[in-house]
Write a protein that binds this ligand. Structure first.
Ligand SMILES: [Zn+2]
Length: 284
């Protein structure tokens, strides 16, 4: 009997579910994550998304092989554990999500941080093909990161290497600095995420928001390049869908790295696969 896989991209704002056959996405469903509604409801929504995918006519007569989950949080991949999340309700932490889903659906479940999945997906199937040293960043409600060095995803002790959103940035803001979802001030994501952009666009205008956020993003990228020396930086998330901001980020990055010839050829590109990178990467 032919097989299919399911992949979920669970962000703080929306959840995307996909049916995947032979590394190709053949059906997508989107729903709000309702991440502020509490642990019980969020888990119910995840289970319902999987049930909805299994019920699609495209997979009638096929057998479910596996489920991949990319989640916007800190994940202990070995234990299939959601350690914590900063943009979900405060009780959505310390959850053995792999066990919950394996018990329910009786198939192997892979769980990883969404942007590690994004970086893997782009490296294998997208614009990162052929590169061995890649940084992936996504700019949505928060900022997520994935690091691939010499073809290996860096994990660190708790698989949380790449939590770029909470590194501290003394960027521009033009107003009182607000507190990040993690409880701290001056986090990268509180001055450079899509959420930060929206606040600035409301306060000033879109051009000013682009200018400030691009400047802040370029500071973050410059720091990451000094530490990790990637060949290519792949940017994704809803903020990057605007062509104008990508142009500004590249310009700011060149400006901020002009004294560092060793960073001269670092490529900055927009994602090719978008959220499909997370979905395909969750099954790797
Ligand atoms: Zn933070």
């Amino acid at each position: 009997m032919p097989y299919y896989s399911l992949a979920l991209d669970i962000g703080a704002t929306k959840t995307v579910g996909a049916i995947v056959i032979n590394n190709k996405i053949i059906k997508l469903i989107k729903k709000p994550t309702a991440s502020s509604t509490g642990r019980f409801k969020i888990l119910k929504n995840i289970e319902q998304m999987i049930k909805d995918l299994i019920a699609q006519k495209e997979v009638a007569g096929l057998k479910l092989k596996e489920i991949g989950v990319g989640l916007a949080g800190q994940i202990n991949q070995k234990d299939g554990l959601v350690i914590s999340t900063t943009n979900f309700s405060s009780d959505f932490k310390n959850i053995k999500l792999t066990k919950i889903l394996t018990d329910k659906f009786k198939v192997p479940v892979k769980l990883n941080n969404d942007v590690k999945c994004f970086t893997l997906g782009e490296a294998r199937f997208g614009i990162g093909r052929g590169y061995q040293n890649i940084i992936g960043l996504t700019f949505g409600t928060g900022i997520g990161g994935g690091i691939m060095i010499n073809n290996q995803i860096l994990t660190g002790k708790n698989n949380t290497a790449g939590e770029f959103g909470h590194m501290k940035i003394s960027g521009h803001w033009l107003g009182p600095v607000h507190v990040c979802g993690c409880g701290e001030k001056f986090c990268f994501e509180s001055v450079a995420s899509a959420k930060a952009w929206l606040k600035l666009a409301k306060k000033f205008n879109e051009n000013k928001a682009n200018e400030i956020v691009a400047h802040n993003i370029a500071i973050g990228l410059q720091n990451l390049c000094q530490i990790l020396n990637p060949e290519i930086i792949i940017l994704g998330g809803r903020l990057i869908k605007q062509e104008k901001i990508l142009v500004k980020i590249k310009k700011e990055f060149l400006n901020q790295t002009k004294h560092y010839p060793w960073l001269k050829n670092t490529k900055i590109v927009a994602t090719k696969l978008g959220s499909e990178a997370i979905l395909l990467g969750s099954l790797i």
